[in-house]
Design a protein around this ligand. Structure first.
Ligand SMILES: [Zn+2]
Length: 228
């Protein structure tokens, strides 16, 4: 088993186009209003004459590109550390929405998906650079409640979007989070799909093993191959 898998992972890294769809984490990235700001604490530095560099960081578990698990909205829902790592290596499908405000259910009527696939939405959030800007934008493209319902019916294992929430900023009932997380579907937020053509990929997005937490930042990567 190991002999079969190990060489193919190496080959993928060398031969297949890899898209890094994570946003850089620093003070220049937008923070969801009310959430913890990113900051760094320089504990040791070469400039101070110390023998090494040592940095502490403060940030929200929902900062930048991150995964939400059901515990985000459900008191007894699964926490991010409760999943085995293979849950974060998935066949993925990138679809594009031309909507300027909300992805509607009608747009998804023709969409077919193998159950278990990661469904990633590329919108103007990526194309306009919104997801990379420092100022938080309240008018990002999100998923309507009905669209989230249609998504859940397709039985993906994960749904992703290219801004820091899958729900509208103005709807504090969070219907898309409830629809998806309630169906056991992970939510990947803050991905940057600007360079990624519509199509099929393999997604890897490992969260930190943060015990009992409802979310974690991830390094999300798409391999331009369905079989890694
Ligand atoms: Zn989140």
């Amino acid at each position: 088993m190991i002999g079969g898998v190990y060489p193919s992972l190496h080959r993928v890294a060398a031969d297949v186009k890899v898209y890094d769809i994570s946003v850089p984490l620093d003070e220049e990235l937008a923070v969801y209003p009310g959430d913890t700001m990113f900051s760094r604490d320089i504990i040791m530095a070469f400039e101070k004459g110390d023998e090494c560099a040592l940095t502490g960081i403060t940030m929200s578990a929902h900062f930048g590109t991150h995964l939400d698990s059901p515990a985000h909205f459900f008191p007894d829902g699964r926490t991010i550390d409760s999943y085995p790592p293979e849950q974060f290596i998935l066949p993925a499908q990138v679809v594009e929405s031309a909507s300027a405000d909300v992805i509607r259910a009608e747009e998804l009527r023709e969409l077919t998906l193998s159950p278990g696939t990661a469904l990633l939405f590329k919108t103007s959030n990526s194309l306009s650079g919104l997801v990379r800007k420092k100022a938080f934008a309240e008018n990002y493209v999100c998923l309507s409640e009905k669209a989230a319902y249609v998504c859940a019916q397709l039985e993906p294992s994960l749904v992703g979007i290219d801004y820091f929430s899958i729900d509208s900023f103005s709807d504090k009932k969070y219907p898309a989070h409830f629809q998806l997380l309630g169906a056991g579907i992970l939510v990947l937020e803050g991905i940057d799909l600007r360079e990624v053509p519509v199509g099929k990929y393999t997604l890897c997005c490992f969260p930190l093993r943060l015990r009992g937490l409802e979310a974690s930042p991830v390094r999300a990567v798409l391999f331009a191959s369905e079989t890694v």
